[in-house]
Write a protein that binds this ligand. Structure first.
Ligand SMILES: [Zn+2]
Length: 257
């Protein structure tokens, strides 16, 4: 059914576009959108239009989303898949947006059969095969952290890419077995070094939350890759190389952060 989807997408592009005023405002609030070539910018804007047509936004708890809000979320979500293609986000449609960080109830049963229940406060969440959940308040942090980056949209969509190859584990789909083995080797070394720094009480360039799990390390490092790529390249050169090959982008060449 590829032809039908392509036809629908062409129809969407014939009828809709992100006008220059919306794009300029988005660039002002999202400085990491700068440095794209004219061709990359055109493709990102088109991809965001299709994203807006294919995904379904659900603001909750009284939140209202403006066109600008939707466009900014779409542009940030599309940036990581600019060279991979929007089909990497197939299989789900929902984007739920809370006005602020939200509480979720968690339960886990340990090996003794004891059920633990607790509440987590989250800025975002990604469900396998289900929606991406975002906090509108957390969206405001995008582009605001000079080193390390902070971007809840890129974070949650990186989880989506990770989950395409099963359980979230920091290993997104790889083209070959060799590539997968190489990824695990370089990625794990970077993750271990980072966790060691956290345990030693060292100041780290990435958010310490990244030490929670390999999946979080991948999502947090992806934020840095797109927002402060030069800093990531300095701190984790090997990891930067993996991300450059995976995302097929070299943001350090287009940004000076
Ligand atoms: Zn996460």
């Amino acid at each position: 059914m590829g032809w039908l989807r392509d036809w629908k997408r062409r129809r969407v592009l014939e009828r809709h576009r992100i006008d220059d005023a919306l794009w300029k405002r988005a660039q002002k609030y999202l400085p990491f959108l700068k440095g794209l070539s004219a061709d990359e910018e055109r493709r990102l804007r088109e991809m965001a239009v299709i994203f807006l047509a294919e995904k379904e936004f659900t603001p909750v708890r009284g939140l209202k989303l403006s066109d600008q809000d939707r466009v900014e979320i779409a542009l940030q979500a599309c940036l990581p898949v600019l060279e991979l293609g929007l089909d990497w986000y197939n299989g789900w449609v929902g984007i739920v947006v809370h006005p602020s960080d939200f509480k979720v109830e968690r339960t886990q049963t340990d090996e003794d059969g004891v059920v633990h229940e607790w509440k987590d406060e989250l800025a975002g969440e990604s469900w396998p095969g289900g929606p991406v959940v975002l906090s509108w308040e957390a969206l405001d942090d995008a582009g605001s952290v000079p080193e390390g980056g902070a971007n809840v949209v890129i974070h949650e969509f990186a989880h989506k890419l990770d989950m395409l190859s099963g359980e979230p584990d920091g290993v997104p789909p790889m083209p070959t077995r060799d590539a997968r083995e190489r990824w695990i080797e370089v990625f794990d070394a970077a993750f271990d070094r980072f966790c060691g720094d956290i345990e030693a009480g060292k100041e780290t360039f990435l958010d310490p939350y990244a030490a929670e799990h390999e999946a979080e390390f991948f999502a947090v490092a992806s934020e840095a890759f797109f927002e402060s790529p030069n800093a990531l390249k300095r701190e984790f050169a090997g990891l930067y190389g993996l991300f450059r090959d995976f995302y097929r982008q070299d943001p350090a060449g287009r940004l000076d952060t």
